[in-house]
Design a protein around this ligand. Structure first.
Ligand SMILES: NC(=O)c1ccc[n+]([C@@H]2O[C@H](COP(=O)([O-])OP(=O)(O)OC[C@H]3O[C@@H](n4cnc5c(N)ncnc54)[C@H](O)[C@@H]3O)[C@@H](O)[C@H]2O)c1
Length: 317
């Protein structure tokens, strides 16, 4: 199998490239990544050194139609797995166009090229944020929950999902979408909650917490997410959507307190700041379909996964 992984130098994409190369001794992986601020080649140094003959990095923009056409022309891909995205909600509030360009135009470009070059399967890596916000006590999102994105980020991801589903309905293209909850683990750029709070706490800076810290997210280990994507790639139904979550709801304040506790830092470092505009209150995800149809489940225990993650950041200073 020859895979095109996009965004493979980012947080989740790099774990997925690692999984493919280690678990499938025969596969080849081409990684198209623009290497924005969020992409780091060194996320893959060790794994690339061990499998250099089966891996290549192509520095391109997924929304560049001509450049990406050349990539498809020069490679006979069996599947495309699209991770490449602008992924930070706060950045989407200050620069929404960048998100439309990469997340919407980029995905449209890729799904069209996958069809033109007869790629057997297109996997779109999406997010539970497309469903919008839940109230306390609401039932978790299922795959049929109405899309109601709140931020330019989640709106651009919802737009991409709809284009991918339209390719299936209009052209009978083989596509699969995964929608996952918040990921944690090594290699995440320190702008999202967990790595940002670890970095601040390690250097005894104030930890900025939006609003009263009561917003709830469902946290999943990045490797569990990648195993879910792999299961969807191999066994998902054409045109299907699979929610991936870990039934691990925590408030932001609970997460921050746990990080401070593990690092032995005082709670006085917590600093409540003005809430993010349009800040979703709660995400919770029902993954029964993925468990039943893909035989997948989240395996990591959050507390030990968080300790390992903190240890990873600590080992890098
Ligand atoms: N982080 C999460 O908790 C989470 C949860 C659910 C879904 N997702 C989705 O998973 C995917 C990966 O998320 P992540 O957290 O690893 O993101 P990330 O920001 O860490 O990495 C994104 C990668 O995409 C690359 N990239 C950005 N724009 C590009 C472009 N125009 N062309 C080519 N490459 C480009 C970057 O260089 C980077 O390597 C995204 O699609 C995101 O929406 C993330």
């Amino acid at each position: 199998m020859r895979y095109l992984v996009t965004g493979g130098c980012g947080f989740i994409g790099s774990h997925f490239v690692r999984l493919l190369l280690t678990e499938d001794a025969l596969c080849e992986v081409a990684n198209v990544d623009l290497l924005t601020y969020a992409g780091r080649e060194d996320n893959l140094d060790d794994i690339v050194a061990a499998h250099a003959d089966r891996y290549c990095l192509i520095k391109e923009d997924i929304s560049d139609a001509a450049a990406m056409k050349n990539v498809f022309r020069e490679n006979a891909f069996d599947a495309v797995i699209n991770f490449a995205a602008e992924s930070h909600v706060d950045r989407s509030i200050s620069d929404p166009d960048r998100f439309v360009q990469t997340n919407v135009m980029g995905t449209s470009n890729l799904v069209g090229l996958a069809r033109e070059f007869d790629v057997a399967r297109f996997v779109q890596v999406s997010t539970d944020e497309v469903y919008g916000s839940l109230g306390t006590g609401d039932v978790p999102f299922t795959e049929t929950t109405h899309l109601s994105p709140s931020s330019p980020y989640s709106a651009s991801k919802a737009g991409a999902d709809l284009l991918v589903l339209a390719a299936h309905r209009t052209f009978d293209q083989d596509v699969v979408i995964t929608r996952c909850s918040n990921n944690y683990g090594p290699c995440q750029f320190p702008e999202k909650l967990i790595p940002l709070m670890i970095a601040k706490a390690m250097s005894d800076d104030l930890l900025p917490v939006y609003g009263d810290g009561g917003n709830v997210r469902d946290w999943i280990h990045v490797v569990d997410h990648c195993r879910g994507i792999l299961a969807a790639l191999k066994g998902g139904e054409p045109g299907a959507i699979y929610n991936l979550g870990a039934d691990c709801e925590r408030t932001n304040l609970e997460i921050v307190r746990e990080i401070l506790d593990i690092l032995g830092k005082p709670e006085s470092l917590v600093s409540f700041v003005k809430d993010r505009p349009g800040h979703d209150w709660r995400y919770a995800i029902n993954s029964a379909k993925a468990r039943n149809e893909l035989n997948w489940e989240s395996k990591h225990d959050f507390e030990s996964g968080l300790r390992e993650t903190i240890e990873w950041y600590r080992s890098r200073g």
